[in-house]
Design a protein. Sequence first.
Length: 327
Amino acid sequence: MRVSVILPIFNAEKYLSEAVRSILNQTYPDFELLAIDDGSTDNSLKILKSFEDSRIIIIQNNQNIGLIRTLNKGLELAKGEYIARMDADDISMPMRFEKQVDLLDNNPDIGVCSTWLEFFGDNNETIKFPVDHKEIYFRFLLGVQVGHANSMIRRDLIKKLNISYDLNFIHSEDTNLWVNLLPHTHFANIPEVLYHYRKYDEQVTRLHSKTVNNSFQRSLNIHFSNILKLFSISNDETFKLFPSTEIDSSFLIRFESILEEIIIQNIQKKLFKKEVVKAVIIQLWKNKIQQSNISLKHKFRRVFLSAFPQSVGFQFAKRIKFYLNLL
Protein backbone atom coordinates (compact mmCIF):
# COMPACT_ATOMS: atom_id res chain seq x y z
CA MET A 1 0.00 0.00 0.00
CA ARG A 2 1.67 3.20 -1.19
CA VAL A 3 -0.95 5.90 -0.55
CA SER A 4 -3.60 6.45 2.11
CA VAL A 5 -6.19 9.06 1.17
CA ILE A 6 -7.91 10.85 4.06
CA LEU A 7 -11.38 12.05 3.09
CA PRO A 8 -13.34 13.61 6.00
CA ILE A 9 -17.08 13.82 5.37
CA PHE A 10 -19.86 15.72 7.08
CA ASN A 11 -23.19 16.30 5.33
CA ALA A 12 -21.46 16.36 1.95
CA GLU A 13 -24.13 14.68 -0.20
CA LYS A 14 -24.23 17.52 -2.75
CA TYR A 15 -20.72 16.99 -4.12
CA LEU A 16 -19.48 13.76 -2.51
CA SER A 17 -20.09 11.43 -5.44
CA GLU A 18 -18.07 13.63 -7.79
CA ALA A 19 -15.22 13.90 -5.27
CA VAL A 20 -15.03 10.13 -4.71
CA ARG A 21 -15.13 9.37 -8.43
CA SER A 22 -12.21 11.74 -8.98
CA ILE A 23 -10.16 9.61 -6.57
CA LEU A 24 -11.24 6.27 -7.99
CA ASN A 25 -10.33 7.51 -11.48
CA GLN A 26 -6.71 8.22 -10.55
CA THR A 27 -4.15 6.81 -12.99
CA TYR A 28 -2.14 5.70 -9.94
CA PRO A 29 -4.16 2.78 -8.49
CA ASP A 30 -2.24 1.70 -5.36
CA PHE A 31 -4.16 3.51 -2.62
CA GLU A 32 -6.72 3.11 0.11
CA LEU A 33 -9.46 5.71 0.48
CA LEU A 34 -10.24 6.32 4.15
CA ALA A 35 -13.72 7.84 3.89
CA ILE A 36 -14.46 9.01 7.44
CA ASP A 37 -18.06 10.04 8.04
CA ASP A 38 -18.29 12.44 10.97
CA GLY A 39 -21.92 11.86 11.99
CA SER A 40 -23.59 13.05 8.78
CA THR A 41 -27.38 13.43 8.91
CA ASP A 42 -27.88 13.56 5.13
CA ASN A 43 -27.32 10.87 2.47
CA SER A 44 -23.52 10.99 2.58
CA LEU A 45 -23.18 7.48 4.03
CA LYS A 46 -25.64 6.06 1.51
CA ILE A 47 -23.67 7.62 -1.33
CA LEU A 48 -20.41 6.13 -0.01
CA LYS A 49 -21.92 2.66 0.21
CA SER A 50 -23.14 2.88 -3.37
CA PHE A 51 -19.56 2.60 -4.65
CA GLU A 52 -18.32 -0.95 -5.23
CA ASP A 53 -14.58 -0.57 -4.92
CA SER A 54 -12.46 -2.49 -2.41
CA ARG A 55 -10.10 0.48 -2.04
CA ILE A 56 -12.81 2.44 -0.22
CA ILE A 57 -12.73 1.93 3.55
CA ILE A 58 -15.77 3.50 5.21
CA ILE A 59 -15.26 4.62 8.79
CA GLN A 60 -18.11 6.00 10.88
CA ASN A 61 -17.57 8.21 13.91
CA ASN A 62 -20.03 7.38 16.67
CA GLN A 63 -20.85 11.04 16.93
CA ASN A 64 -19.76 14.31 15.34
CA ILE A 65 -16.24 14.94 16.65
CA GLY A 66 -15.25 17.76 14.30
CA LEU A 67 -12.81 18.06 11.42
CA ILE A 68 -9.54 18.18 13.40
CA ARG A 69 -10.24 15.02 15.40
CA THR A 70 -11.47 13.31 12.24
CA LEU A 71 -8.26 14.22 10.39
CA ASN A 72 -6.16 12.92 13.28
CA LYS A 73 -8.17 9.70 13.23
CA GLY A 74 -7.23 9.39 9.57
CA LEU A 75 -3.54 9.88 10.39
CA GLU A 76 -3.74 7.07 12.95
CA LEU A 77 -5.52 4.66 10.59
CA ALA A 78 -3.40 5.37 7.52
CA LYS A 79 -1.21 2.48 6.37
CA GLY A 80 0.30 3.93 3.23
CA GLU A 81 3.83 5.21 2.74
CA TYR A 82 2.31 8.52 1.70
CA ILE A 83 -0.75 10.29 3.07
CA ALA A 84 -2.90 12.23 0.60
CA ARG A 85 -5.67 14.64 1.52
CA MET A 86 -8.95 15.15 -0.25
CA ASP A 87 -12.02 17.25 0.53
CA ALA A 88 -15.55 15.99 -0.06
CA ASP A 89 -16.55 18.91 -2.28
CA ASP A 90 -13.50 19.11 -4.57
CA ILE A 91 -12.11 17.30 -7.59
CA SER A 92 -8.67 15.72 -8.07
CA MET A 93 -7.35 15.56 -11.61
CA PRO A 94 -6.68 11.98 -12.86
CA MET A 95 -2.87 12.19 -12.75
CA ARG A 96 -2.59 13.94 -9.37
CA PHE A 97 -1.45 10.88 -7.35
CA GLU A 98 0.81 9.58 -10.10
CA LYS A 99 2.74 12.83 -10.32
CA GLN A 100 2.93 13.38 -6.55
CA VAL A 101 4.16 9.83 -5.88
CA ASP A 102 6.74 10.17 -8.65
CA LEU A 103 8.07 13.43 -7.16
CA LEU A 104 8.30 12.00 -3.63
CA ASP A 105 9.87 8.75 -4.83
CA ASN A 106 12.60 10.66 -6.65
CA ASN A 107 13.23 13.33 -4.01
CA PRO A 108 13.75 11.79 -0.54
CA ASP A 109 14.46 15.22 0.96
CA ILE A 110 10.92 16.40 0.14
CA GLY A 111 8.37 15.51 2.79
CA VAL A 112 5.36 17.52 1.61
CA CYS A 113 4.18 17.73 -1.99
CA SER A 114 1.28 19.85 -3.19
CA THR A 115 0.23 21.23 -6.58
CA TRP A 116 -1.16 24.26 -8.27
CA LEU A 117 -4.92 24.43 -7.98
CA GLU A 118 -7.90 26.05 -9.60
CA PHE A 119 -10.83 27.61 -7.80
CA PHE A 120 -14.22 27.00 -9.35
CA GLY A 121 -17.82 27.73 -8.40
CA ASP A 122 -18.31 31.21 -6.96
CA ASN A 123 -14.79 32.22 -7.96
CA ASN A 124 -12.70 31.00 -10.88
CA GLU A 125 -8.99 31.53 -10.35
CA THR A 126 -5.77 29.58 -10.81
CA ILE A 127 -3.44 29.54 -7.81
CA LYS A 128 0.20 29.12 -8.79
CA PHE A 129 2.17 28.44 -5.62
CA PRO A 130 5.97 28.78 -5.63
CA VAL A 131 7.74 25.56 -6.59
CA ASP A 132 11.07 25.76 -4.75
CA HIS A 133 11.26 24.90 -1.03
CA LYS A 134 13.28 27.96 -0.01
CA GLU A 135 10.85 30.31 -1.72
CA ILE A 136 7.89 28.48 -0.16
CA TYR A 137 9.57 28.79 3.26
CA PHE A 138 10.23 32.53 3.09
CA ARG A 139 7.03 33.50 1.31
CA PHE A 140 5.12 31.73 4.09
CA LEU A 141 5.53 35.00 6.01
CA LEU A 142 2.83 36.35 3.70
CA GLY A 143 0.51 33.37 4.03
CA VAL A 144 0.05 29.76 3.00
CA GLN A 145 2.17 28.71 0.02
CA VAL A 146 0.97 25.12 -0.39
CA GLY A 147 -2.47 23.60 -0.76
CA HIS A 148 -3.74 21.28 1.95
CA ALA A 149 -6.58 19.28 0.41
CA ASN A 150 -4.29 18.57 -2.57
CA SER A 151 -1.24 17.66 -0.50
CA MET A 152 0.66 14.41 -0.10
CA ILE A 153 2.90 13.84 2.96
CA ARG A 154 5.36 11.16 3.98
CA ARG A 155 3.71 9.15 6.75
CA ASP A 156 7.02 8.32 8.46
CA LEU A 157 7.69 12.06 8.80
CA ILE A 158 4.42 12.51 10.70
CA LYS A 159 5.22 9.55 12.92
CA LYS A 160 8.84 10.52 13.54
CA LEU A 161 7.98 14.07 14.59
CA ASN A 162 4.80 13.00 16.40
CA ILE A 163 2.95 15.81 14.63
CA SER A 164 -0.81 15.98 14.22
CA TYR A 165 -3.52 18.57 13.66
CA ASP A 166 -3.78 20.89 16.68
CA LEU A 167 -7.17 21.52 18.26
CA ASN A 168 -5.95 24.95 19.35
CA PHE A 169 -5.93 26.08 15.72
CA ILE A 170 -9.51 25.37 14.73
CA HIS A 171 -10.42 26.21 11.12
CA SER A 172 -6.72 26.86 10.38
CA GLU A 173 -5.28 23.51 11.42
CA ASP A 174 -3.62 23.07 8.03
CA THR A 175 -1.59 26.29 8.31
CA ASN A 176 -0.38 25.23 11.75
CA LEU A 177 0.56 21.79 10.44
CA TRP A 178 2.69 23.35 7.70
CA VAL A 179 4.38 25.75 10.13
CA ASN A 180 5.27 22.78 12.36
CA LEU A 181 6.66 20.77 9.43
CA LEU A 182 8.56 23.53 7.58
CA PRO A 183 11.65 23.47 9.85
CA HIS A 184 11.99 19.68 9.47
CA THR A 185 11.52 18.84 5.80
CA HIS A 186 11.43 20.28 2.31
CA PHE A 187 8.20 21.32 0.62
CA ALA A 188 7.45 21.29 -3.12
CA ASN A 189 4.61 22.29 -5.42
CA ILE A 190 4.11 20.59 -8.76
CA PRO A 191 3.66 23.47 -11.25
CA GLU A 192 0.52 22.05 -12.78
CA VAL A 193 -3.18 22.34 -11.91
CA LEU A 194 -3.97 18.91 -10.49
CA TYR A 195 -6.78 19.90 -8.13
CA HIS A 196 -10.02 21.83 -8.49
CA TYR A 197 -11.10 23.58 -5.28
CA ARG A 198 -14.78 24.43 -5.05
CA LYS A 199 -15.75 27.87 -3.68
CA TYR A 200 -19.23 28.48 -2.28
CA ASP A 201 -20.98 30.40 0.49
CA GLU A 202 -21.50 27.45 2.86
CA GLN A 203 -17.78 26.67 3.22
CA VAL A 204 -16.35 26.52 6.76
CA THR A 205 -13.65 29.09 5.97
CA ARG A 206 -16.33 31.59 4.97
CA LEU A 207 -18.77 30.82 7.77
CA HIS A 208 -16.06 31.11 10.44
CA SER A 209 -13.79 33.73 8.89
CA LYS A 210 -13.04 35.49 12.21
CA THR A 211 -11.88 32.26 13.89
CA VAL A 212 -9.93 31.29 10.77
CA ASN A 213 -8.13 34.64 10.76
CA ASN A 214 -7.18 34.42 14.43
CA SER A 215 -5.77 30.88 14.13
CA PHE A 216 -4.04 31.77 10.88
CA GLN A 217 -2.30 34.78 12.41
CA ARG A 218 -1.11 32.79 15.42
CA SER A 219 0.45 30.23 13.08
CA LEU A 220 2.24 32.92 11.09
CA ASN A 221 3.54 34.40 14.36
CA ILE A 222 5.21 31.05 15.01
CA HIS A 223 6.73 31.04 11.53
CA PHE A 224 7.95 34.62 11.96
CA SER A 225 9.68 33.57 15.18
CA ASN A 226 11.28 30.61 13.37
CA ILE A 227 12.57 32.92 10.63
CA LEU A 228 14.18 35.21 13.21
CA LYS A 229 15.86 32.22 14.86
CA LEU A 230 17.10 31.06 11.47
CA PHE A 231 18.83 34.41 11.01
CA SER A 232 19.98 34.55 14.67
CA ILE A 233 18.01 37.75 15.20
CA SER A 234 17.29 38.42 18.85
CA ASN A 235 13.62 38.53 19.80
CA ASP A 236 12.13 38.18 23.25
CA GLU A 237 9.00 36.55 21.75
CA THR A 238 6.90 39.61 22.68
CA PHE A 239 7.26 41.15 19.22
CA LYS A 240 4.94 39.38 16.81
CA LEU A 241 4.10 39.64 13.14
CA PHE A 242 0.46 39.97 14.20
CA PRO A 243 0.42 41.74 17.58
CA SER A 244 -2.54 41.56 19.94
CA THR A 245 -2.52 45.35 20.22
CA GLU A 246 -2.98 47.99 17.53
CA ILE A 247 -0.11 48.70 15.16
CA ASP A 248 1.31 52.13 16.00
CA SER A 249 4.41 54.12 15.06
CA SER A 250 6.61 52.41 17.65
CA PHE A 251 5.68 49.00 16.23
CA LEU A 252 6.45 50.14 12.69
CA ILE A 253 9.86 51.52 13.68
CA ARG A 254 10.87 48.27 15.36
CA PHE A 255 9.38 46.21 12.55
CA GLU A 256 11.40 48.13 9.97
CA SER A 257 14.55 47.51 12.01
CA ILE A 258 13.88 43.77 12.08
CA LEU A 259 13.14 43.65 8.35
CA GLU A 260 16.40 45.46 7.59
CA GLU A 261 18.28 42.99 9.80
CA ILE A 262 16.72 40.08 7.90
CA ILE A 263 18.00 41.55 4.62
CA ILE A 264 21.50 42.04 6.05
CA GLN A 265 21.64 38.55 7.53
CA ASN A 266 20.38 37.00 4.31
CA ILE A 267 23.13 38.73 2.32
CA GLN A 268 25.68 37.23 4.72
CA LYS A 269 24.18 33.75 5.07
CA LYS A 270 22.73 33.47 1.55
CA LEU A 271 19.75 31.42 2.71
CA PHE A 272 17.18 32.78 0.26
CA LYS A 273 17.22 34.48 -3.13
CA LYS A 274 17.68 38.25 -2.74
CA GLU A 275 14.78 39.09 -5.04
CA VAL A 276 12.41 36.84 -3.07
CA VAL A 277 13.46 38.39 0.24
CA LYS A 278 13.09 41.90 -1.17
CA ALA A 279 9.60 41.23 -2.56
CA VAL A 280 8.37 39.64 0.68
CA ILE A 281 9.91 42.34 2.91
CA ILE A 282 8.29 45.13 0.90
CA GLN A 283 4.91 43.39 0.96
CA LEU A 284 5.13 42.76 4.71
CA TRP A 285 5.92 46.43 5.29
CA LYS A 286 3.07 47.57 3.05
CA ASN A 287 0.68 45.26 4.91
CA LYS A 288 1.65 46.75 8.27
CA ILE A 289 1.30 50.31 7.01
CA GLN A 290 -2.20 49.44 5.82
CA GLN A 291 -3.10 47.71 9.09
CA SER A 292 -1.70 50.46 11.33
CA ASN A 293 -3.76 52.99 13.27
CA ILE A 294 -1.48 55.93 12.42
CA SER A 295 -2.92 58.94 10.61
CA LEU A 296 -2.60 59.50 6.86
CA LYS A 297 -0.12 62.26 7.64
CA HIS A 298 2.13 59.82 9.50
CA LYS A 299 1.66 57.19 6.79
CA PHE A 300 2.86 59.79 4.29
CA ARG A 301 5.98 60.33 6.39
CA ARG A 302 6.70 56.60 6.63
CA VAL A 303 6.19 56.06 2.90
CA PHE A 304 8.12 59.06 1.59
CA LEU A 305 10.30 60.52 4.34
CA SER A 306 11.59 57.53 6.30
CA ALA A 307 14.75 55.79 5.10
CA PHE A 308 13.32 52.27 5.14
CA PRO A 309 11.39 52.11 1.82
CA GLN A 310 14.36 53.40 -0.15
CA SER A 311 16.85 51.19 1.68
CA VAL A 312 14.92 48.04 0.70
CA GLY A 313 14.51 49.14 -2.91
CA PHE A 314 10.86 50.16 -2.88
CA GLN A 315 10.81 52.38 -5.96
CA PHE A 316 9.46 55.92 -5.63
CA ALA A 317 6.84 55.54 -8.39
CA LYS A 318 5.50 52.40 -6.72
CA ARG A 319 5.41 54.23 -3.37
CA ILE A 320 3.25 56.94 -4.93
CA LYS A 321 0.81 54.32 -6.21
CA PHE A 322 0.80 52.56 -2.85
CA TYR A 323 0.10 55.78 -0.94
CA LEU A 324 -2.73 56.79 -3.28
CA ASN A 325 -4.39 53.46 -2.56
CA LEU A 326 -4.29 54.31 1.16
CA LEU A 327 -6.44 57.39 0.63
